[in-house]
Ligand binder design. Structure first.
Ligand code: ADP
Ligand code: TZD
Ligand code: MG
Length: 577
């Protein structure tokens, strides 16, 4: 321990201006433009939260750390700055940890700051209050993990956390702050000097010229090219460059779920409604900020058909190349720099993708859209998914600034297909893991970070994972409208347990009124039984900006097992019929 950080009472340093751990953490965050914290208070961070709030940082207190963590993760995605989640030791830390792993898996920049117990006691396992070796536990679940023991190291510790979160492939960072650190006192001037403003935290990564040339050579050889846009492309905020590249190439594009709206879903080149056709028939595929993981059937198998394919992959992470199939033209760099280099190298005389292919894709798309149209206009009572989603689709078309949050099984898979998105980063969802529980955390962060209105379309099961945060939405008066697709259960509300009196494992209380939950906290609750009622209620909520929860009564028999991914569900061959 250096002289500067010796713990002595302020009185001993009379005449000398002092600072402490609390203030240094706050100053370090503010110096780096990190002015919003999502968390849950308690020992040892209660006063820290108060002081942060008093200093002008916006501190949003949640009811459970997991929801605060999902809020921080999506804040990172929306802003390209690390979202900050603040938790207490052991149990609070563990509640937040799921979301740190989620942020890392989804390539969202986030910092989980957790208070922790005293090292001396933790390391001797002497049973401290909320004892846990948090740093060791966090390490395998995040991109980087650091602990700060001395007040004089707070500036460097926070700088390292920020740079680790946002540079290269973004991800989750753990920052361990033991209780004693907060109260450590040091000379204020030395403290100020110890802070670090991170310069260029996510440096541009310029692609190699020969990688660009190779990529364009492969693209030129294509007869049936396809572009796949992923959430990495949306994250990059290189919207104009991506649009220019896509339009100049004339290549049909397929947006992954959170890349919807990067170019509007109604763009003439959008192949969203012809997904199976373009995956099967394409011969060259340009991946932009998207991985060939399970969501794209690992780039092989039935989904991709028999036609041989060449892949061009644009990604900031070199290790992503060849992860599932051979990449003929890897382009490693940040998407903004890669797009600019590609556009420049295409020159003035670039020949657009073959018209017969584009025409075939458009025809397939129109055919599928026409097939779907009548289902979306049905007025059935009880509602089915299509009737309810048809209404929400029109509302988003009329209000394209609205941010859509979406989770569930059928509620997710069908909404993703039906609700067109018109602007970048307006659709947030379960991401790479297909995790339930992101709903209210994402809705809160979306409202807080962007100031836009939020429509959260939630399966009744999905909502249950974060439902208590409707109180948080009411407490902060956020313009969030939650629509619960209430089909009395997981996938369907019709399962019966034939072996006894307990309910089946996938069903909930029939006819539950989730709208009453919102009313309990002073928000607006509506029970909607028809598409017309649903439409009126959502429009009223988005007009007023008042916290609203609409219980949309959906036919319990309308959904299918596991939504659209039933094929991933193992089945027992020995199952009794
Ligand atoms: P999706 O689920 O939409 O297919 P993924 O999360 O699988 O998207 O893929 C996102 C990819 O984007 C990751 O491989 C990540 O490394 C990459 N990525 C994230 N940010 C950038 C960036 N700024 N530039 C280039 N690649 C990026
Ligand atoms: N736990 C977590 C954290 N993530 C999960 N994905 C699941 C459990 C399993 N799961 C799904 O994959 S979807 C789902 C669960 C529990 C809920 C589906 O029911 P829902 O939607 O009511 O949200 P639908 O419309 O009834 O299909
Ligand atoms: Mg359900």
């Amino acid at each position: 321990m250096t002289a500067a950080t010796k713990e002595k009472p302020a009185a001993a340093d009379e005449g000398q201006e002092l600072t402490d751990g609390f203030n240094l953490i706050i100053d370090a965050l503010k110096l780096n433009g990190l002015t919003t914290i999502y968390g849950v208070p308690g020992i040892p961070i209660t006063d820290f939260g108060r002081m942060a709030q008093a200093s002008g940082i916006r501190v949003l207190s949640f009811r459970h750390e997991q929801n605060a963590g999902y809020a921080a993760a999506i804040a990172g995605y929306l802003t390209k700055k690390p979202g900050i989640c603040l938790t207490v030791s052991a149990p609070g830390f563990l509640n937040g940890l799921t979301t740190l792993a989620h942020a890392t898996t989804n390539c969202f920049p986030m910092i989980l700051i957790s208070g922790s117990s005293e090292r001396e006691i933790v390391d001797l396992q002497q049973g401290d209050y909320e004892e846990m070796d948090q740093l060791a536990i966090a390490k395998p679940l995040c991109k980087a993990a650091y602990r700060v023991l001395h007040a004089a190291d707070i500036g460097i510790g926070i700088a390292r956390a920020i740079r680790s979160a946002v540079s290269g492939r973004p991800g989750g960072v753990y920052l361990d702050l033991p209780a004693k650190l907060f109260g450590q006192v040091m000379n204020a001037e030395a403290g100020r000097k110890s802070l670090v403003k991170v310069i260029d935290p996510a440096p541009a990564q310029i692609p190699a010229p020969d990688a660009i040339k190779r990529a364009l050579d492969v693209l030129k050889s294509a007869r049936k090219p396809l572009i796949i846009l992923g959430k990495g492309a949306a994250y990059a905020q290189a919207d104009e460059a991506i649009k220019t590249f896509v339009e100049k190439s004339g290549v049909p594009f397929l947006p992954m779920s959170m890349a919807k709206g990067l170019l509007p879903d109604l763009h003439p080149q959008c192949a969203g409604a012809a997904r199976s056709t373009v995956l099967k028939d394409s011969d060259v595929v340009v991946m932009i900020g998207a991985r060939l993981n399970w969501l794209l059937s690992h780039g092989k198998g039935k989904t991709w058909g028999d036609a041989p394919k060449k892949f061009i992959q644009i990604d900031i992470e070199p290790k992503e190349m060849d992860s599932n199939v051979e990449i003929a033209a890897p382009v490693v760099g940040d998407i903004g720099s890669c797009m600019s280099a590609l556009i420049e190298a295409m020159g003035k005389d670039w020949v657009k993708a073959p018209g017969d292919w584009s025409g075939a894709v458009s025809a397939k798309r129109e055919e599928n859209v026409a097939k779907m149209a009548p289902r979306l206009m049905n007025n059935n009572v009880p509602m089915d998914y299509h009737g309810a989603l048809g209404v929400l689709r029109t509302i988003i078309k009329e209000r394209p600034e609205t941010i859509l949050v979406n989770e569930g099984a059928n509620t997710l898979d069908l909404a993703r297909g039906v609700i067109d998105i018109y602007k970048p980063r307006k659709r947030l969802d379960v991401g790479t893991w297909g995790v339930m529980g992101i709903g209210m955390g994402q809705a809160i962060a979306a409202a807080v970070e962007t100031g836009h209105k939020v429509l959260a379309v939630e399966g009744d099961s999905a909502f249950g994972f974060s439902g208590m945060e409707v109180e948080t939405i009411c407490r902060y008066g956020l313009p969030v409208c939650v629509v619960i697709f209430n089909n009395n259960g997981i996938y369907r509300g019709t399962d019966v347990n034939k072996a006894g009196t307990d309910p089946a494992t996938t069903v909930f209380v029939a006819g539950a009124r989730y709208d009453k939950m919102m009313e309990a906290f002073g928000g607006v609750g509506v029970n909607a039984t028809s598409p017309d009622e649903l439409k009126r209620a959502v429009n009223a909520a988005l007009d007023s900006g008042k916290p609203t929860l609409i219980n949309a009564v959906i036919d319990p028999a309308a959904g299918s097992e596991s939504g659209r991914i039933g094929n991933l569900n193992p089945q027992s061959a020995l199952k009794k019929k």
